[in-house]
Design a protein around this ligand. Structure first.
Ligand SMILES: CC(C)(COP(=O)(O)OP(=O)(O)OC[C@H]1O[C@@H](n2cnc3c(N)ncnc32)[C@H](O)[C@@H]1OP(=O)(O)O)[C@@H](O)C(=O)NCCC(=O)NCCS
Length: 183
């Protein structure tokens, strides 16, 4: 069993480690090797510590229950960053460790981020996903609609990305709660 909770400053190191591991397993062959090889857990941990200091509450983690409480995944959210797009909120990242994928943690984390956005007055949300990443089917499964497509520069190379949108986060949360109640 795992719990979903808001991240604490002390989680920054584990979050940085998960980020580097999942980037390398997910994006091999999709993003330039030198970007993946050049990642550093320590650097990522530093930038997560900074995010957590400035935006406590906008990062969620999935933690294995029991002694040790290993972190298995994380995600963060906030205001949508591009004024050209009508979505209010954005899910910036969502990563679950490879050995914990497929067990429902991604869904629980995404719904926690949606609830957080809604609490902050953001009724709609956008998430960007690399076109070649099968994670886009996960977003489709969770009701996301393909809304935008554009290349995003990564390591000096344009990478095709797709923006999935949800126009009514309240309806998504209600639908998911109803479907959980059936089981
Ligand atoms: C994408 C990711 C967050 C999904 O989390 P997860 O814990 O593996 O997914 P869940 O078990 O919660 O899946 C929820 C539903 O989506 C479906 N799903 C998940 N990944 C899928 C995929 N790649 N293709 C199709 N369906 C998928 C599941 O089958 C499940 O369906 P159900 O409603 O019938 O049960 C996770 O796999 C991951 O971290 N991947 C690598 C990193 C990544 O690409 N992150 C996204 C960056 S934008």
């Amino acid at each position: 069993m795992s719990v979903i909770r808001q991240a604490r400053l002390g989680d920054a190191r584990a979050i940085g480690r998960i980020e580097v591991e999942t980037w390398r397993t997910t994006y091999a062959g999709m993003l330039p090797d030198r970007v993946l090889l050049g990642m550093s857990e320590q650097r990522q941990a530093g930038s997560w510590a900074s995010f957590l200091r400035h935006r406590p509450g906008d990062v969620y983690v999935a933690e294995a229950e029991g002694a040790g409480g290993r972190l298995l995944g994380f995600g963060n959210c906030g205001p949508q960053r591009d004024p050209a797009f009508a979505f209010a909120g954005e899910v910036y990242t969502l990563y679950v460790l490879p050995d914990a994928q497929g067990g429902g943690l991604g869904r629980q984390l995404l719904l926690a981020l949606f609830a957080r956005l809604l609490d902050g007055g953001h009724r709609s949300a956008l998430v960007w996903v690399v076109r070649a990443n099968p994670a886009r089917f996960f977003y489709e499964r969770l009701g996301g609609k393909l809304a935008l497509q554009r290349p995003i520069p990564v390591g000096g190379r344009p990478i095709d990305a797709m923006g999935y949108g949800w126009t009514d986060l309240g309806a998504v949360l209600e639908r998911e709660a109803r479907s959980r109640a059936r089981f």
